[in-house]
Design a protein around this ligand. Structure first.
Ligand code: PLP
Length: 391
């Protein structure tokens, strides 16, 4: 039995799936809903003007966070839609209409990228060259170079992996892509607001962000393109026709979340990394056989990905359900209980995949929560091991 005070609020350490909305962002959204309710597409009065100004201000904040150009910021319903939009744009602007777009794709991309590419592949619009990763989920840059040398139109690589947290050298990857005249799509959904990004300086054609991964609201994200890229469809395009009414409160909330990350990332991230390292040390010193996955020398500061070879993760999570929110992997794949393509691409043994845990700290995680989370996790593992031994 795990002894604890069940009245305590469960601890949230699943910030890769979604983050708690910053109360300051909530305040700005509420303010927008009560004062900025005009339609930014309304050209005939000041309410429309006011809402339009809010959208433009949010475009500037998003652009500032990732070193983009405000005119290249296109608001979407989230990163998934931004990714679809980027890929659809690359497909319809491919060099030769009769020849499929040649895409180099890392094997550990998020499902949103894999699914969008696979749809285009099924329609004959895309051919894929897979880019392998090593045991730490690091990209094989030589494989990227040789793919580019043999002819690639679009390189798709994420900035940070959503399961094991490995960071990718996107500046270097963009250089390799651009020297081969390839466009580049960087899925920065997990990385934006956590690491510095300079999209225009690095020549990133398409970059995606999502509000709910950086203490902003759900249902809002952005595709950020280089200024020379013209995207026809976009919720955030002002005073255009046929695109529907922009989600102004969501857009303003995303803008505020970006503004706060810009100001606070530098202080927050080292503190969160120290908490993560402390949690990692506590667990490694107490639980025998525990392994850390991903690139420990180059990962998101809030990521801790672990594996236990002898304990199924679902048995441990069942014991933690009311106390500690962590996950077995990506939210979308864990919901359907399929093996992780990321851990598979990393070549993790099956028992390490079955015993995998993803822990995601956040800016609101306290030191006390880290101590309690370690205690809950250790107790749940010990309890599961006892139950297995008793069978
Ligand atoms: N890309 C990555 C790396 C993600 O982690 C996620 C969400 O988990 C997405 C894309 C999709 O983001 P959204 O939920 O905003 O559609």
């Amino acid at each position: 039995m795990i002894m604890s005070n069940v009245e305590e609020k469960p601890i949230y350490l699943d910030n890769h799936a979604s983050t708690q909305v910053d109360p300051r962002v909530v305040a700005v959204i509420l303010h927008t809903m009560t004062t900025g309710y005009g339609n930014p597409n309304s050209v005939d009065h000041v309410f429309g003007d006011m809402a339009a100004k809010m959208v433009v201000a949010a475009q500037c904040e998003v652009a500032k966070l990732i070193g983009g150009d405000p005119d290249g910021v296109h608001f979407t319903t989230g990163a998934s839609e931004a990714i679809q939009l980027a890929i659809a744009h690359a497909v319809s602007n491919r060099p030769h209409r009769d020849i499929p777009l040649r895409v180099a794709l890392s094997a550990v991309e998020h499902r949103a990228v894999l699914d969008a590419i696979s749809l285009q592949e099924d329609n004959g619009n895309v051919v894929v060259t897979w880019l392998p990763v090593d045991n730490f989920a690091r990209l094989d840059l030589e494989a990227l170079k040789s793919a580019c040398a043999s002819g690639i139109d679009l390189v798709c690589v994420m900035a940070a992996n959503n399961e094991v947290g490995t960071l990718y050298p996107i500046e270097q990857i963009a250089q390799i892509a651009s020297s081969a005249n390839a466009s580049i799509l960087i899925d920065a959904t997990q990385a934006a607001g956590h690491i510095p990004i300079f999209a225009v300086d690095w020549g990133i054609t398409y970059l995606t962000v999502s509000g709910h991964k950086m203490y902003g609201p759900k249902g809002i994200g952005a595709l950020v393109t280089l200024p020379n890229i013209s995207i026809r469809y976009s919720h955030g395009r002002l005073r255009s026709t046929g695109n529907g009414t922009p989600n102004v409160p969501g857009i303003v909330g995303l803008g505020e979340a970006c503004r706060l990350r810009q100001m606070e990332m530098i202080q927050d991230e080292p503190r969160i990394a120290a908490q993560r390292n402390h949690l990692e040390a506590l667990l490694l010193s107490t639980i025998s056989g525990l392994e850390v996955n991903g690139d420990r020398s180059n990962r998101l500061s809030h990521n801790l990905h672990l594996s236990l070879p002898d304990v199924p993760n679902d048995a441990v999570l069942a014991r933690l359900r009311n106390r500690l929110a962590i996950s077995t992997g990506a939210a979308c794949t864990s919901a359907v209980d399929t093996p992780s393509h990321v851990l598979n691409a990393m070549g993790l043994a099956e028992e390490l995949q079955n015993g995998a845990f993803r822990i995601g700290l956040g800016k609101f995680t306290t030191d006390d929560e880290i101590e309690r989370a370690a205690g809950y996790f250790v107790a749940a593992v010990e309890d599961t091991r006892r139950a297995i031994a008793a069978i």
